[in-house]
Write a protein that binds this ligand. Structure first.
Ligand code: ADP
Ligand code: MG
Length: 262
């Protein structure tokens, strides 16, 4: 469904040239939930924005359903770290934005809006502005806006980064529920190991030292996952080991090797 082929990204020129991504390749199946995990600065956002079509790779290509990505399109929904809602628009106008862009008929717009508001427990909030919503409501509005145009893939960049830990776990469950109901392919960026293990079918761990994929960890535990089970803790430890390995190659090129442990 989504194919990342030998994607390399350099920034800067001459001696200031920095290779952030170095020949990254992987594919994602339809309806798979994949997480890109790695320390801050390893290139997760860069890779996701290339997938979204906001910037192009220096080398390599990305294909979605066999079409090469070269600009943003309605086949991909995107949620940024800071919600990215339009503050001057109500919940209704934010959520309907992608449908109006696609010139979906009015009646269908209203039907989809009602369905999404119900799914995200936002009924009755449609006339509020983002500034009048709690952090969790803003986040859920951003999710349903990304889902509104029925994209093939949802690209999420640390979508829960701005919410407090307790709300975060609740939103993780809501994200899972939306994913199961809407059956989307999800590619999510996070630097939170627990979040990655709780949510994903597969975790792709990037190295900030090499700019390559360090390793992948597949997770077949049934959902909802039990954070205190020994299988869950075992997988978390395995992911930590891979992350540790990716950070300790003794290359001074990596600048920020801090990991957030949750
Ligand atoms: N437009 C840009 N110009 C120069 N360097 C950039 C640019 N965008 C990102 N970088 C650098 O690329 C590296 C990876 O950034 P980013 O993809 O944001 O990492 P992550 O999301 O994993 O924290 C960082 O060192 C960052 O400074
Ligand atoms: Mg980032």
């Amino acid at each position: 469904m989504l194919e990342v082929s030998a994607v390399t990204k350099h920034f800067g020129n001459g001696s200031a040239r920095k290779t952030v991504l170095n020949g990254i390749s992987f594919s994602v199946e339809k309806e798979e939930f994949v997480t890109l995990l790695g320390p801050s600065g390893c290139g997760k956002t860069t890779l996701l924005t290339i997938m979204a079509g906001f910037q192009s790779p220096s080398e390599g290509e990305i294909r979605i359903a066999d079409r090469v990505v070269y600009k943003p399109g309605p086949d991909r929904g995107f949620v940024f770290q800071d919600y990215a809602l339009f503050p001057w628009m109500t919940v209704r106008d934010n959520v309907l934005f992608p449908l109006r862009e696609k010139k979906v008929p009015r009646v269908q717009q209203e039907k989809r809006l009602a369905e999404l508001l119900r799914m995200a427990h936002l009924e009755g909030k449609e006339d509020l502005y983002p500034g009048q919503l709690s952090g969790g409501m803003k986040q859920r509005t951003a999710f349903i806006r990304a889902l509104a145009g029925s994209p093939d893939a949802l690209l999420l960049d640390e979508p829960l980064g701005a919410v407090d830990p307790q709300m975060r776990q609740q939103l993780q469950d809501e994200l899972l529920m939306l994913w199961m109901k809407e059956q989307k392919t999800v590619i999510m960026v996070t630097h939170d190991v627990d979040e990655a293990v709780y949510l994903s079918d597969r975790i792709i761990i990037l190295s900030s030292v090499t700019g390559r994929i360090e390793d992948e960890v597949c997770i077949s535990l049934p959902r909802p996952r039990q954070r205190l089970s020994s299988a869950y803790i075992g997988i978390k430890n395995e992911v930590f080991r891979v992350l540790q390995r990716s950070c300790t190659r003794g290359d001074s090129a990596s600048e920020d090797k801090t990991l957030q442990v949750s």
